[in-house]
Every structure is written in C-alpha cells, then in structure tokens.
Design a protein around this ligand. Structure first.
Ligand code: NAD
Ligand code: TYD
Length: 336
C-alpha cells in the first residue's frame, strides 16, 4: 500500500505547490491538514479534490484534538508547512505566530513521537539566521539570530525539531529556504503585492530605501529540494535551500513594472519595517553536494511566468483582495 504523507498548511502558497508536485510525481496518499486561516485558500487545490490519493482535513496543528483525529489513520511521513508566515503581521500581532509556529510544531512533534512516524520534515526558513552585512552567506552552521517575532517563532520550531532528533532519536530533518516566488503566493508578500497593485493601477509601497536584499528561488525549485530531502536526506540534518539570486527590493519592483509595461511613477517609498533585516543570502552548497540539488528555473523566465500567472488568474487574487474568498470558506466550513 502506498505510504501516507501528512502535509500541513497545504492550502497555502508553498504547500499548494508541494501537494501538486508530489501527486504529479508519486503515488503517495496525501492528507492536507489546514486550518484555513486568511492565508489558506481551498480554491488552490479544488481541481484535485476528486483524486482518491488526496484528502483534505480542516484542522489546527495547535489543537491536539484535531491532531488526534487526523492520526486515527496511519501517517508515515509529516511535512510541516503550516505556519503564520508574514513578518509584517507578526510585528502587529505576534500571538498567532507563537501558537501555530511554536505550539503547533511542538504538538506535531509529540504526535510523531507517539505514533513513531518514519520521517518528519520541518519547513524552516533562512530568516532564522538574522541579517547579513554587505558580504557573506548563511551556512547551516551560521549562528541563529532571528530578529522578528515571525523568525523567532520559526527558530523555536526549528531547534525544537532538532532537539527531538538529539533527545529521542526521532527521524527529523530541517530545511531552511530563502524567499520563494511563483504561483499561488498570497498578495501580501513583496512580489505578488507589487504585481497585483500594478495591475490594479495602485501604488507600489517600497519600505525604507528599497535596498534591502533578498535571495530568490522559484517555488517549484523549493518543492523539488524538499522532495530530495524527504527521500534522500540524512536524519538530524539541516539543509539550506536557495538558488543564488540576490536582488534588492527596488530591482524586483522595477522588474515587475517592466514586465507589465507600467510606469515607475507607481513606486512609492514608505516608512521602513521595524527591525527590517538588511540582507539575506544563502549558501546551498551542502544540499548541492550531498543530495545533488540544482535549481531548474531561470530567474528572469520564472519572474515572467509568475507575472503572467497573476495576469491570467485575476479572479483568484481579486477574490482575495476583496475578501470574497473568505465567503467561500464560510459557505464550505462555516457550520462545522
Ligand atoms: P502561507 O502563509 O502561504 O501558508 C500557510 C498555510 O498554513 C495556510 O494554508 C494556512 O491556512 C495554514 N495554517 C496556518 N496556521 C495553521 C494551523 N494552526 N494549523 C493548520 N494550518 C495552518 O505560507 P507559505 O509562504 O506557503 O509558507 C509555508 C512554510 O514555508 C512556512 O512554514 C514558512 O515559514 C516556510 N517558508 C516560506 C518561505 C517563503 O518565501 N514563503 C521561505 C522559506 C520558508
Ligand atoms: P516579504 O515578501 O514580506 O518577505 P520577508 O520579509 O519574509 O523577506 O518582503 C520581502 C522584502 O520586501 C522585505 O525586505 C520587505 C520588502 N517589502 C516592501 O518593500 N514592501 C512591501 O509592501 C512588502 C510586503 C515587503
């Protein structure tokens, strides 16, 4: 019988792409456990709801009763994407970040320990390393120094997961990826916000001087890297994931405008984010050397395709921007 993988947060940006990647390539049974927060969009996987290798369960990783219910079935592997993921929201209201990212991961680790799951992949982030100066790149042994409530909560989950390997010998692996772009990203993050604002003729808010640097990877390359770690990674190891594409924010914003043929007069410099990390850059030498990872998407081409996806899926992001997508959830799940 095919193994069962529990994917948490499968209705979010990366989870959606990962579920599609896995069903496209393997015969696993995938259970997608998602709380459907504002960032979880059931529409993303609507077309595969009829696939008998796929099961959606609405539930909260921070709620042990929800987990007990899911674990009535045999789960072989867990890939934990579920998280509150937006730095700006964590600055305004960190509460949910602590509950989901820390307590939720703890609950999942405990459940995995009790049920002796075969593999647990914790999806962490390069933001656990903090901020870089003008040179250098994060390595797996770079000291952890998170600065935002988001990155601090992700760091807690990350090192807790490693502690379960060290203490209980649990088969845990951790991935720390750089900034993702691609289809299905919620339009609060830099790239989809800029694309959708430009399409709507709205201003493009650039924080501070626009010279903060992020290291970009296409989401399908991130998914391929997780697939490698899941199948070939070594227990107890951390793997950095990146594609070596450092860009300043203003360069990203200008590129979006150029692809769309919209004027740079839409750019508006706004007050900086508090504690704004200046630069991220990831050294992914370990996953390249040990697991043979090679990103496949060319950055310029990936950006063009991503912009095109938002152009072609206007209804998807318009329903998000107007909040109409939430009515859909309400209709589906309001009385459950
Ligand atoms: P996202 O915000 O798009 O999706 C998060 C998903 O988790 C949503 O579907 C949401 O409904 C679900 N969720 C939230 N709280 C939950 C809970 N308590 N129980 C069950 N489900 C819950 O996030 P994303 O960008 O897809 O990120 C996925 C993971 O990858 C996160 O762990 C994030 O920290 C990590 N990550 C993201 C990036 C990036 O660039 N987006 C980079 C590196 C790592
Ligand atoms: P974001 O997409 O929120 O990802 P993260 O903060 O997790 O890296 O932001 C990426 C960069 O873009 C970050 O330096 C903040 C900046 N930014 C803006 O300048 N304007 C915006 O409206 C947003 C959302 C982000």
């Amino acid at each position: 019988m095919a193994e069962t993988i529990l994917v948490t947060g499968g209705c979010g940006f990366i989870g959606t792409n990962f579920v599609r990647h896995m069903l496209g390539k393997y015969d696993y049974h995938i259970i997608n456990l998602d709380k459907l927060t504002y960032a979880g969009n059931l529409e993303n996987l609507q077309d595969i709801t009829g696939d008998d290798r796929y099961t959606f369960v609405k539930g909260d990783i921070a709620d042990t009763a929800d987990l007990e219910r899911v674990f009535e079935r045999t789960i072989d592997v867990i890939v934990n994407f579920a998280a509150e993921s937006h730095v700006d929201r964590s600055i305004i209201d960190p509460d949910a970040f602590i509950k989901t990212n820390i307590n939720g991961t703890f609950n999942l680790l405990e459940m995995a320990r009790k049920k002796k799951v075969r593999r647990f992949v914790q999806i962490s982030t390069d933001e656990v390393y903090g901020s870089l100066g003008a040179t250098g790149a994060f390595r797996e042994d770079t000291p952890l120094a998170p600065n935002s409530p988001y990155s601090a909560s992700k760091t807690s989950a990350d090192i807790l997961a490693i502690a379960y390997f060290k203490t209980y010998g649990m088969p845990v692996l951790v991935t720390r990826c750089s900034n993702n772009y691609g289809p299905y990203q919620f339009p609060e993050k830099l790239i989809p916000l800029m694309i959708t604002n430009a399409l709507a003729g709205m201003e493009l808010p650039v924080y501070g001087d626009g010279l903060n640097v992020r290291d970009w990877i296409h989401v399908i390359d991130h998914c391929a890297a997780i697939d490698l770690v899941l199948h070939r990674g070594e227990d107890g190891n951390v793997y950095n994931i990146g594609a070596g594409k450092e860009k300043t924010n203003i360069d990203i914003v200008r590129l979006v405008l150029e692809i769309l043929g919209r004027p740079e007069s839409l750019i508006r410099y706004v007050k900086d984010r508090p504690g704004h990390d200046r630069r991220y850059a990831i050294d992914s030498g370990k996953i390249t050397k040990n697991l043979g990872f090679r990103p496949s998407v060319d950055f310029a081409e990936g950006m063009r395709q991503t912009v095109q996806w938002y152009v072609e899926n206007k209804g998807w992001w318009e329903r998000i921007k107007t909040g109409a997508y939430l009515d859909y959830y309400e209709k589906m799940y309001g009385n459950r």
